[in-house]
Write a protein that binds this ligand. Structure first.
Ligand code: NA7
Length: 550
């Protein structure tokens, strides 16, 4: 993968040197790129600071084998540029990571974004200077910059976490975390590979590694409910149809809860006969994408009895696809229903376990004791390995914020303020942190969304707000305590209706490897993108009600 950024590695600032911008953006992934484009077009001076060596965020870092979209490619790209939509051709309905990264690099070229981005620049602190009314940021090698407005575009899943298993550092073979996968090619051929983690990432990785590894040992702590992706190349005819119907595609996304092309069925699961229900589940299971999860009966994620019918259906599918009945039972989750955690989409994932080179270690009955120089020791014995892949996930949503020392008024620490769970207004601002916008932060619709669709909404909102404040001569914006309290209460209320708030997962801020992340905290906004958009429109129409402006 070309590293396009070496020319712009920022040096440490000379003492006293702290360039000023109207806006600093942290992160050059999908949201940071679009935010840069929008603000720059309106004449703001903007600088982006990015930890990676190139643009792309998630798609820059997650180069692990098998990484690809679970959203339809043609529903995922930016919608704001009709020329880009006609220019770019996705090759598959669910594009693989290298293609998505190429797409984002193409966007960066087309919009000439790189000239305003400092790469290889991991921001370590951001402090609000109340007297001067500016944010001062500092990055890892001591460089500094300041701006009136600070926008975090740090992504919801960008703080990878390693397992807290004793001996991780002792292993002498190859070891990779999926979220920081190396740029050089990694071969599994002839190797004994171990994968820890069976979330959406682990599932994609396992399918791929199993094709060439001499042996693949999957260390599974909790199985997840997976469903078929049904990916396929996009034919020339489909390409034409897609390009002719972008307006309808994006309109359909706008109307749906999470901005996917899949819309919940208006019926409840128990309103139909058992045979009709079964036929509907069969139809969805045979269709591409997230339909089985979010295009299902409207109550399967909120009503336990409805959810049970779907869960039972998927369990039968797993049993039918795995030859060894005892192994099939190990792959069936017992502690949560289908769809109440993130559903990994798969391509012949369950069939992998029918291969002679693949073995499952169920950590619930045979836990890992330690990692050593030559492999992984579980209670029942030692697994000799040439490579360990950690698909152990992220400190989700708030983790990327926690890794920056963000200080607001009076030195207030954001990490401390959010320690008991995030408090925000619209998921975009935090009381005590004037002029800070959190584009894909907790409590805004982007955290549970076909993400570019919600990113565009948030960027458009922030852009319009900054433009209006500039016209009105406003230089400071911060939510009122009341607006923040009301929004936070509303967010938690939207979560209460859903079964997934009763289950441990990254949606609920749980990460067994991070101290302080063992209590369920609702990180997402579950009221749906249309309701969120309506609320934002109303706030804007009322002169940015809920923000104290001065
Ligand atoms: P996830 O979904 O958080 O999955 C992480 C996996 O790693 C999960 O199976 C964990 O088991 C497992 N894990 C984590 N720590 C350990 C230890 N210490 N021992 C054994 N197993 C462990 O992350 P992903 O990267 O798969 O997906 C994150 C999102 O990225 C995904 O939803 C997409 O939206 C993109 P656990 O379930 O905690 O028992």
């Amino acid at each position: 993968m070309p590293d396009t950024s070496t020319a712009s590695v920022p040096a440490a600032s000379p003492p006293g040197d702290c360039p000023h911008y109207d806006v600093i953006i942290i992160g050059a992934g999908m949201s940071g790129m679009y935010q840069l484009h929008r603000l720059r077009s309106l004449g703001f001076t903007v600088r982006v600071f990015e930890a990676g060596g190139g643009v792309g965020g998630t798609w820059y870092w997650n180069r692990y084998p098998g990484a690809r979209f679970d959203s339809e490619s043609w529903s995922y790209g930016y919608s704001f540029d009709p020329e880009l939509l006609q220019q770019w051709e996705w090759s598959e309905h669910f594009a693989p990571q290298p293609e998505t990264l190429r797409y984002l690099e193409h966007v960066a070229d087309k919009l000439d974004l790189r000239r305003d981005i400092s790469f290889n620049c991991r921001v370590r602190s951001a402090r609000f200077d109340e007297g001067a009314g500016v944010w001062r940021i500092e990055w890892a090698n001591g460089g500094r910059a300041q701006a009136t407005w600070l926008i975090t575009a740090v992504g919801p899943l960008s703080a990878p976490t390693m397992p807290t298993i004793p001996g991780v550092a002792d292993f002498r073979g190859e070891a990779y975390h999926t979220g920081t996968w190396p740029h050089h090619p990694v071969s599994f051929a002839g190797k004994r590979v171990g994968v820890i983690g069976t979330g959406a990432t682990g599932v994609q990785t396992i399918q791929e590694v199993a094709k060439t590894a001499a042996t693949l040992t999957v260390f599974q702590r909790s199985p997840n409910w997976c469903a078929p992706l049904h990916n396929a190349p996009i034919t020339a005819e489909e390409q034409q149809r897609i390009k002719a119907s972008y307006d309808e595609i994006f309109e359909r996304c706008r109307e749906s809860h999470g901005c996917f092309i899949h819309k919940a069925d208006p019926r409840k699961a128990m309103e139909v006969t058992e045979a009709e229900r079964e036929a509907f589940y069969e139809k969805l299971y045979a269709e591409p994408g997230f339909g089985i999860w979010i295009g299902n009966f409207r109550d399967v994620l909120s009503d336990r009895a409805a959810n049970d019918t779907l869960t039972d259906f998927i369990a039968r599918k797993i049993r039918a696809r795995v030859n060894d009945p005892a192994l099939a039972e190990k792959l069936i989750p017992r502690n949560h229903g289908f769809g109440t955690r993130r559903v990994p989409l798969e391509t012949r994932y369950y069939e992998v376990y029918n291969q002679p080179n693949v073995r499952l270690v169920d950590l619930r009955e045979d836990p890992i004791e330690r990692i050593d120089a030559t492999g992984i020791r579980t209670r029942a014995g030692h697994h000799d390995l040439d490579m360990i892949i950690y698909a152990t996930g992220f400190d989700a949503v708030t983790g990327a914020f926690d890794r920056i020392d963000i200080r607001g008024r009076g030195g207030l620490s954001l990490r401390k303020k959010w320690a008991g769970g995030p408090r925000t207004y619209l998921g975009l601002q935090v009381e005590g942190f004037p002029n800070l916008f959190t584009l894909v932060g907790p409590h805004n619709s982007a955290t549970f969304c076909n993400i570019p669709r919600c990113i565009e909404q948030n960027v458009d909102f922030v852009t319009a707000m900054l433009a209006e404040l500039r016209d009105r001569g406003v230089r400071r914006a911060e939510p009122t305590p009341q607006a923040e309290a009301e929004w936070t209460a509303h967010v938690n209320e939207t979560g209460e209706k859903l079964l997934f708030t009763q289950v441990d997962s990254w949606f609920m801020g749980i990460n067994s490897n991070v101290p302080g992340k063992q209590t369920r905290t609702f990180l997402l906004y579950a009221g749906g993108a249309p309701a969120y958009r309506e609320k934002c429109d109303e706030v804007a129409a009322n002169g940015y009600r809920g923000f104290a402006l001065s």
